[in-house]
Design a binder for this molecule. Sequence first.
Ligand code: FAD
Length: 404
Amino acid sequence: MHADYLIVGAGQAGRRAAESLRSLAPTAQVCLVGDEAELPYDRPILSKEALFNVEDEARAFIQEKSFYESQQIELRLGSRVQKVDRVARQVELASGERITYEKLLLATGSRARPYPGQVGEGVKLLYLRTLEQARQLRSRLVAGTRLVILGGGFIGLEVAASARKLGCEVTVLEPASSLLQRVMPKVIGDYLLELHRQAGVDVRLDTLPNRITRGVNGLLIESNRGTHEADEILVGIGALPNVELANEIGLLVENGIVVDEQCRTSDPHIFAAGDVTSHFNPLLGRHVRVESWQVAEHQPQVAAANMVGNEESYAQTPWLWSDQYQCNLQTLGFFSGTGPVLLRGKVEEGAFSVIELDTEGRLLAVATVNQGRDMAAFKRMAASGKSLDAAALADSATNLRSLL
Ligand code: FAD
């Protein structure tokens, strides 16, 4: 078989690229190959509503099967690409089938980082990356279940909130001394810690698990702070980019497939988009790998435009959100982790923003807690690169639009 545009990975980025390619090249042969058996779906709902019931799970699917048929997007699901031949411009599927291409897009995403400690015989750890894993987790989250979550990152905390709503007894083991320590200012970590503790989650900081075994009354997690008992253990310790294919064919890979702002790899016929990329962000002046809905939604549209011969750039300030209980957290840019931060609004009222400016007074990063309506103004501030009045910014009486 031949495809003018062949996409490997039928996740959000792959689906988005296929849609764009179809509208940019109405008569081209577009083929989307994915190793999961499901139609392409968006993952954010998997740690949220999809854990409650099967009806909510359906919202993960953005397009129905009939869409791909009507758009003549050839879907090969449950098919893993196991080899790429750059010279012949051809891929080989696990079934042995070969597909030649004119332009190839790698949208292979990432996978859950496996738990690196000792795990005894008969212990089954849970992960949350795929719909299949969300279904498995949902079936285990019944009231009274003792769930221990390894890792207090975004996914771990979202599952903790969902599991509490379902009546589970939840413990979170986090090796760092505050939640989201690598990515968020301490005020946000402290706020979330309080939020989860008030909801009845037993959050243990500075706690590093080292051995998991099966005991008489369930699973036993031995840590530097003692032993914890569980019926189920969810591992939420980050994700790894699926770069194996790119490595095998000698593309440049450094914590993700290295691409420029036009999604081009080191091979002129191969592009990459989504979670798997370490992409050059012209607004930040460096390569970044960001696991977010934003990148998976917008970067493939740029990749598609350039695959058909245009010259477009992906240049957006990194943005993502997390929902836990009634709390909506959004972050824009990257906090330095060293500079002072401004507080706008009141933490005790549960509606505030934390802002970091660079040495020139430009917006470096912001995190909003239940203040998502301000995000549009912050995005414009970040894009403008304008120096801002710190005192006015920190004053919640100041209309943000007046600072633009
Ligand atoms: P993926 O979604 O990983 O898709 C890649 C696909 O390619 C997968 O199906 C994979 O199996 C397949 N594949 C890999 N190798 C091959 C191969 N060789 N052959 C064929 N197929 C292959 N972001 C936010 O901004 N806000 C949120 O609230 C949020 N919540 C999230 C909750 C969860 C549970 C998860 C897992 C992620 C969440 N994210 C969130 C992040 C965001 O959804 C991801 O970053 C996004 O899914 C990335 O899309 P992608 O298409 O690049 O990669």
